[in-house]
Design a protein around this ligand. Structure first.
Ligand code: GRF
Length: 203
């Protein structure tokens, strides 16, 4: 399967996918990595692995719709079977969802439907939950509302309240990387179907 991965930051989830895809048996090839900003570590990781990169910044376009159109065109050019948003911090537009809906995989650092949005880790901490984790899900038009594919659990420690969630986020990301690699590989090798908002991957 052909994968396009979208990133906005450090790209450790991307790196986990790059490492997994180095093995042919994984069943997926990362054909391009896109970002909404230049100069980020995620893009460097892609370049180091010899993967084509592209950047579509919102401020370089007349409006959000024009950005949506440009990002959709940039991704379409690489003919992906699956698009992975791995720490991509922009909400995808309607044109993008229309083009790739049902085959966009996102990872979120909380147990959805709790704590969606850009501050999932501090929000969970502030609420006082004792367990949290990560969710790998398909992207729909909402923010972190699409059908859930898999979740991983991480315990919250009392000491997590001392650093605003940094250590907690690191523990979540350790679980997240493994889960994302596993789910994307299964999707790439087996395909999936969506039924009544639920995602099934053949065993
Ligand atoms: C991940 O926890 C992701 O779920 C969140 O941002 C983090 C990205 O980390 N939205 P990285 O860029 O893959 O290192």
């Amino acid at each position: 399967a052909r994968l396009v991965v979208l990133v906005s930051g450090s790209g450790t989830n991307l790196q986990a996918l790059i490492d997994a895809a180095a093995d042919q048996a994984y069943g997926a090839e990362i054909v391009a990595v896109g970002a909404d900003r230049a100069g980020i570590a995620g893009l460097k990781r892609a370049e180091q692995a010899g993967i084509t990169t592209f950047v579509e910044r919102i401020p370089d376009h007349a409006d959000r719709a024009a950005w949506d159109r440009a990002l959709t065109a940039a991704v379409t050019a690489h003919r992906p079977d699956v698009v992975v948003t791995a720490g991509f911090m922009k909400i995808l537009g309607p044109e993008f969802i229309a083009a790739f809906g049902g085959r966009i995989v996102n990872t979120h650092p909380a147990l959805l439907p709790s704590f969606p949005g850009a501050h999932g880790v501090p929000d969970a901490l502030a609420y006082g939950v004792k367990v949290t984790g990560c969710t790998v899900h398909l992207v729909d038009a909402g923010v972190d509302t699409g059908p859930i594919i898999a979740q991983g659990v991480v315990e919250v420690l009392d000491s997590d309240h001392a650093d605003g969630g940094e250590a907690l986020h690191e523990r979540i990301k350790t679980v997240e990387r493994t889960l994302l690699v596993e789910v994307v590989g299964r999707l790439a090798r087996e395909g999936h179907r969506i039924e009544d908002r639920k995602v099934w991957i053949p065993a």
